[in-house]
Design a protein around this ligand. Structure first.
Ligand code: ATP
Ligand code: MG
Length: 508
């Protein structure tokens, strides 16, 4: 339900700007209405998080002013913004892994009894919030570090739902969520809208923007280029406004020469998550893994990368038995893995893009090894160009980059290692639509160099665009394998659900 014309805005920002070495946000004027979902779209580095952080009190603007319900609004910090009823769910998870779900939820306001943390009261307070985001099956005392990445995101979202709230900003809340979790999130967002809360929704999934928002606002290079009712904008229009041109949506990898098997799993099993999975990755191909979140795809990759060990089954590398007892061993054997948990990727945030790209492993700098800075810069510049990393240059610290651009640095680091086999878990998550095609093109280059790729993605269209074959996992098992040209979306989805249907019927 969009706001009615003539209604006064809850929040008005005027001529807002933020300048570091260069301006990253310029002259943004925008109104936020109660009971309205306003989407914020734009390429990686366009200024979406910067704008949100200013509104949420995490960052001070260098120009412009804000007005909340007609009164001047200039929060000195996040807590001040929250007491004014403005909360945000951050793009980067800000949870403390060693603390429990309940403790993380009420970290600013833990209940005490006789000077001790009152766990019973805490857990009782956490329960209804957890239910709202579908986490009711979990014990509120579970450490957050034990949760999957999607569940952690749900805790982060639950924290945003605490207390009286007039404006709630979601900065890419769905990037790490499964479809089911996203549905729950959307139900919550719609309920908040009914209650008159003003919602800002940031996402690179443009179909979601179409689905949930009342109006779309688009930032390009720090400037607001348009604000329109969502009904008036097709996805193509949004893309064009974001990037300022038509984006290629066709992909031509040319003729591929696919060779013999390079990496094989034979009857791999680990607990209930991976069950008797056999597959072959052939030289020069992209093998996709589709499936629901929790279907065992990431767990399977972890076995191949030596991060976990199988209970049974074996792995062959170039036809010979291969036992990756550690990730280090896997990397030595020429296998790279880009995991879905970017925070666990060990980006050295205060250090430069150059160092982060070329750093072979952390040990090499902690020994104070000699670094060829010139070569480092050249390498970093190559990747900055290839991946369209928006930055000031190779010397810029990674923590000054936008979320999506930090992810590109993670990709650059692995590409620099020049491994023969790449395991990519959700490689384009959080990456804008234009840059996605740059990454696909890069995948094409890798194939031509004789590399072999496994790609996990929850975006089925992405898999159908880039893959030679698609394996579908369901409840830990390999449910089906489709060859390019012989797949259709419905068949893949049916296979993805097959094991789960089977499993639930067994449970009853
Ligand atoms: N401390 C800083 N110093 C210099 N530049 C910065 C700093 N913080 C952010 N920037 C720059 O501001 C620009 C906008 O970043 P912002 O995080 O707002 O982008 P975004 O639209 O949220 O992108 P994404 O989709 O990748 O999350 C980026 O180019 C980023 O490099
Ligand atoms: Mg951002």
């Amino acid at each position: 339900m969009a706001h009615t014309p003539g209604e006064s805005p809850l929040l008005r920002v005027e001529g807002l700007g933020k300048t570091y070495a260069v301006p990253v946000l310029e002259d943004v004027s925008l109104e936020f209405f109660p009971g309205e979902i306003l989407a914020l779209a734009g390429e990686n580095g366009a200024g979406k998080s910067t704008l949100s952080r200013i509104i949420g009190g995490l960052l001070a603007p260098t120009a412009g002013r804000m007005e909340l319900a007609g009164e001047p609004y200039a929060p000195a910090g996040r807590r001040q913004a929250e007491s004014a009823g403005i909360r945000m769910v951050l793009q980067e998870l800000s949870l403390i892994p060693t603390l429990s779900i309940a403790e993380n939820l009420f970290i600013d306001d833990l209940p005490h009894r006789f000077g001790l943390l009152d766990r019973a009261a805490l857990n009782a307070r956490a329960a209804p919030l957890m239910k709202r985001v579908g986490l009711e099956r979990l014990d509120p005392g579970t450490p957050v570090g034990d949760l999957g990445i999607g569940q952690q995101q749900m805790v982060e979202i639950a924290r945003g739902l605490i207390g009286e709230c007039r404006l709630l900003i979601f900065d890419e809340p769905s990037a790490m969520l499964s479809d089911r979790e996203t549905d729950l999130l959307f139900a919550q967002i719609r309920e908040l809208r009914e209650r008159g809360v003003s919602i800002v929704f940031i996402s690179h999934r443009l179909d979601e923007i179409k689905k949930i928002s009342d109006r779309v606002s688009i930032l390009r290079d720090g400037r607001l280029v348009t604000v329109q009712p969502s009904a008036d904008m097709e996805i193509d229009d949004i893309v064009r406004a974001m990037v300022g041109r038509d984006v290629e949506s066709e992909l031509d990898f040319g003729a591929r020469t696919v060779g013999g098997p390079v990496l094989e799993g034979q009857h791999l099993s680990r607990g209930a998550r991976v069950r008797d999975v056999s597959f072959q990755l052939r030289k020069g191909e992209i093998l996709g893994f589709a499936g629901l979140v929790g279907s065992g795809r990431t767990e399977l990759m972890r076995l191949l990368f030596g991060a976990d060990h199988p209970d049974s089954g074996s792995i062959l590398l170039n036809g010979a038995p291969f036992v990756p007892d550690s990730p280090r061993r896997a990397v030595q054997a020429g296998i790279a893995m880009i995991t879905e948990d970017r925070k666990g990727q060990g980006l050295l945030l205060p250090l430069s893009i150059g160092i982060n790209t070329t750093l072979a492993d952390i040990a090499s700098i902690s020994r104070g090894g000699w670094v060829d800075t010139r070569a480092e810069e050249t390498a970093a510049e190559t990747f900055i160009r290839k991946l369209a990393i928006r930055c000031l240059g190779p010397a810029q610290p990674v923590d000054e980059l936008s979320g999506g651009n930090q992810q590109k640095v993670v990709l650059a680091r692995w590409l620099y290692r020049d491994c023969d086999i790449l395991l990519l878990d959700e490689p384009t998550r959080g990456i804008d639509i234009g840059a996605r095609y740059e990454i696909y093109a890069l995948m094409g280059d890798l194939l031509r160099d004789g590399k072999s790729l496994i790609v996990i993605s929850s975006d089925l269209r992405e898999l159908m665009l880039v893959c030679d074959r698609i394996c579908v996992m369901s409840a830990g098992r390999l449910a089906a394998v489709f060859e390019r040209g012989a797949w259709d979306q419905d068949a893949i989805l049916t296979a993805a659900f097959s094991g789960h249907i089977h499993q639930t019927s067994q449970e009853h």
